[in-house]
Design a protein around this ligand. Sequence first.
Ligand SMILES: NC(=O)c1ccc[n+]([C@@H]2O[C@H](COP(=O)([O-])OP(=O)(O)OC[C@H]3O[C@@H](n4cnc5c(N)ncnc54)[C@H](O)[C@@H]3O)[C@@H](O)[C@H]2O)c1
Length: 383
Amino acid sequence: MKQLRIAIIGYGFMGRAHSNAYRKVNNFFDLEYEPFLKAVCARSGDKAVAFAKRWGYESVETDWRRIIERDDIDAVDICTPNNTHAEIAIAAAKAGKMILCEKPLSMDGPEGVKMVKAVEKAKVPNMVWYNYRRVPAVTMAKKLIEEVRLGKIFHYRAKFLQDWTISPDLPQGGAGLWRLDAKAAGSGVTGDLLAHCIDTALWLNGGMESVSAMTETFIKQRKHTLTGKVTKVEIDDACAFLARFKNGSLATFESTRYARGHKALYTFEINGEHASIFWDLHDLHRLQYFDHKDEGKLRGWRSIHVTDHGGEHPYMDKWWVPGLQIGYEHSFIHQVADFLESLSTGKPAGPTFRDALETQYVCDAVLSSAKKGSWQKVKAVGR
Ligand SMILES: NC(=O)c1ccc[n+]([C@@H]2O[C@H](COP(=O)([O-])OP(=O)(O)OC[C@H]3O[C@@H](n4cnc5c(N)ncnc54)[C@H](O)[C@@H]3O)[C@@H](O)[C@H]2O)c1
């Protein structure tokens, strides 16, 4: 088996999710490559050592630049806050490393363009962790759309709701709270949560033409963890937007961190001429499907438990017996499996940096529309 020597930068939420995926992938997928956990990088040496011990990394670095300089590393996995992605990715590409980068790709479109140019100039395999594409029920939705079962698509409807920033006492910035600091996150729910909804939508329903958005920052000032000073909050706490897709369909997207009672309610619904699809992250193994071609007296929404074998239900033949479900962590295992497979086939595993730039352009148009109060065209990504 060929080894892919990986260095992971950042050991937070995603550092754990990816490390878990690297450790498990070859136990379930037959692949030519296997990840070798070469190094973990984080600024706190002690914490990095503890992380390395727990997850089985061979070495530790406290400056990501050291990772880039090392010639015993093939791939760099960027699991740090959004404002660090570009600098690390561009340096890694220049050093000829493969790059797996967390989402959103960048702080904005122009920064994303530089990243795309860097990986394409260096011709290094690259991928962005929009992991929801690899939830089997979501992958199956893609399959059903490709089989033209829905016919012409009229509507796309997505939302991603949370409730963890309602308290005005919650500070902004620093470890764990960088998402509330626009300098680290770039934006609020738009780049954090809606980026997921947008990536899935572009994948399932094609390109977006134009958007009209509104955003709100409900808590205007918060104490900054790093400075201790009360400063203006510059992220969007909530965002809702309308969109027109290139295929003529109309869409609505909504995201907030102020929906009391909701922790991570990501849902989407697609309505086509012949059929409709609905998916809910809280019930992630199910795909709701309505087919108007069904016999009249039996016609209704089916709740498909996407856990069957035989290649019919994506990825599921790699897991347990039919009917037994998998969960959130598996979307990352699937993504690693597809990335490793892509090294054997030479066919890129999406979303690549270029694919993820399209999501960035939609986010830019959404934020610009909310600011200007008018419809905005979505910039096209050259192919
Ligand atoms: N795909 C998904 O579903 C998903 C989910 C959560 C987060 N994310 C993305 O993953 C990235 C990380 O988010 P998270 O939730 O893991 O954050 P986190 O706060 O849990 O972890 C961030 C890590 O980065 C480290 N770090 C920060 N600056 C660094 C630097 N200069 N050098 C080295 N290490 C540094 C921190 O010490 C921490 O270990 C973000 O871009 C986020 O948008 C994606």
